[in-house]
Design a protein around this ligand. Structure first.
Ligand code: ATP
Length: 319
């Protein structure tokens, strides 16, 4: 009987629970013993390994966060930490690890693979910054959260004739800003991958004001090349009117996962179990919008993430 384990690591992302559920139930129903690791790689180092059953993952498919808990673990970045984790994996006689997380978690998975451990990686981060796959679990929910917030901001902005800057997450990736800007009908979007043109944004807002549109919405990714404070000041000066700022923060990480995130998580979780049951090598599992994709885990981290920078222009054209 195969013994597998599942962990969630790094920032939490809505849909992680759906992946844990799929891995646990498919694993058990395929005749495997499934273990859950608490707090990601930290739990692997500390030996926080518990046997899962079907009921443990009941009533979680619709919940954000992760029932296994997650953590950022500096010790796992050291040889000593990884060796301790490998010792615990071998002691528990685990055949394979299913690691769910973002780019840091992928790097950690690679270290385990280098030490002979079979790892199946499932991408889950609201940032959508993994180059090897089009979508990561949590991204769609985060975009919908931002769009819903922008809808509310648009209403109050319209009532008060105010321009609003919304700061969104994404670390060094502009995907959340870009896709929520497009879906939310923003007037401009600033992302880390493209140099910001503040004069052009000011002209766009002024053009709106000249046709009685006084509630422009600008979405700034947290990693953009100008801070929210500086951007606010420059736009205030540029248009000669007050500007509101909203920093959405951690609420973008929470919330019930969308159907897309749940289904992606379910398909990728199920695929991870299939790969293990067929003794496949370590794989970085992905999703292209319709179906699961597979990349050798050893090369997945080297694939550059590309942003649809052309959509910045489209956002402004349609505003
Ligand atoms: P998110 O992008 O959503 O925050 P993430 O998986 O990128 O998710 P990180 O905090 O970057 O989050 O990484 C998660 C964990 O992976 C780290 O706390 C660490 O334990 C491990 N990790 C990151 N980089 C490495 C590395 N180079 N070597 C070994 N382990 C690593």
């Amino acid at each position: 009987m195969k013994r597998i384990c599942v962990l969630t690591s790094g920032g939490d992302a809505p849909g992680m629970n759906a992946a844990i559920r799929a891995v646990t139930r498919k694993g058990i129903r395929t005749g495997m013993e499934v273990y859950g690791i608490g707090h990601g790689y930290k739990g692997l180092i500390e030996g926080d390994i518990r046997l899962m059953n079907i009921a443990h993952v009941g009533d979680i498919i619709h919940r954000g966060g992760t029932v296994l808990k997650t953590a950022r673990c500096e010790e796992f970045k050291t040889d000593k930490g990884i060796d301790k984790a490998v010792e615990n994996i071998n002691k528990a006689k685990l055949d394979s690890i299913i690691a769910i997380g973002g780019d840091g978690t992928l790097k950690g998975a690679l270290e385990l693979v280098k030490r002979g451990i079979n790892v199946q990686f499932i991408p889950a981060t609201i940032d959508n910054d993994l180059g090897y796959c089009a979508y990561s679990i949590g991204f769609d929910t985060a975009v919908n959260t931002v769009v819903n917030a922008a809808n509310g901001i648009r209403e109050t902005g319209m009532s008060h004739d105010k321009t609003t800057i919304i700061e969104v997450m994404g670390r060094n990736c502009g995907d959340i800003a870009l896709m929520s800007g497009l879906a939310g009908g923003a007037d401009a979007v600033l992302i880390p991958e493209v140099k910001s043109d503040i004069a052009k944004i000011i002209d766009k807002i002024k053009e709106g004001i000249s046709r009685q549109k006084k509630n422009s919405i600008i979405i700034r990714a947290e990693g953009a090349d100008i801070s929210t404070e500086e951007l606010t000041e420059e736009i205030k000066m540029g248009i000669g009117e007050d500007v509101r700022t909203v920093i959405l923060g951690y609420l973008q990480r929470g919330g019930s996962p969308t159907a897309l995130d749940r289904n992606m998580a379910t398909l990728m979780g199920s695929e991870a179990v299939r790969l293990i049951s067929e003794d496949k090598p370590s794989t970085a599992i992905g999703f292209d919008g319709q179906k699961v994709t597979l990349v050798d885990l050893k090369i997945a981290d080297n694939i550059e993430n590309k942003v649809r920078a052309d959509l910045l222009e489209l956002v402004m054209t349609l505003a």
